[in-house]
Design a protein around this ligand. Structure first.
Ligand SMILES: [Fe+2]
Length: 147
């Protein structure tokens, strides 16, 4: 999705498509970070006893959520919109690299049941997706009425 946005960013006129991709990016990241913070991080923190590694992940989540909240309140007309999305993508790349290269190997070594946590996370993500899907319907219906 970030690569898709980067292509759109070169095209000055396509604000609607940019906003749609960004809305999708923000929704996916909100759902993923929430499920991870509820299920994966507490289990890994308890098993690893490496608070600094987990604290770093928390701070990276907080940084990403801050940018996401700003993007959700912005339109593509904002002069820093494209930069904001690109920097968010760079933050996520860095965060994923840290998880894959540091956190996951340590979690596997500490015998964390990655498969069980993965299954619990994907179930939670489905729940959050349907909750958000339901929450968005009345807004869309309201917008359609006011037209
Ligand atoms: Fe994460």
């Amino acid at each position: 999705m970030f690569a898709e946005f980067a292509k759109l960013a070169k095209d000055k006129g396509n604000d609607k498509a940019k906003a749609e991709v960004v809305q999708q990016i923000c929704m996916e990241l909100n759902i993923h970070t929430q499920a991870e913070e509820e299920i994966f991080y507490p289990a890994v923190r308890a098993a690893l006893k490496d608070d600094e590694l987990m604290n770093e992940a928390d701070v990276e989540h907080a940084g990403a959520k801050n940018l996401i909240a700003q993007l959700e309140a912005m339109t593509p007309a904002h002069d820093h919109y494209v930069a904001m999305v690109i920097v968010l993508g760079e933050m996520i790349d860095h965060h994923v690299k840290e998880e894959e290269e540091k956190m996951f190997p340590k979690a596997k070594k500490a015998k964390v049941d990655i498969a069980a946590l993965g299954a619990a996370m994907s179930q939670r993500k489905h729940e959050l997706q349907s909750e958000r899907g339901e929450a968005e319907k009345p807004v869309k219906a309201r917008k359609a009425q006011s037209r």
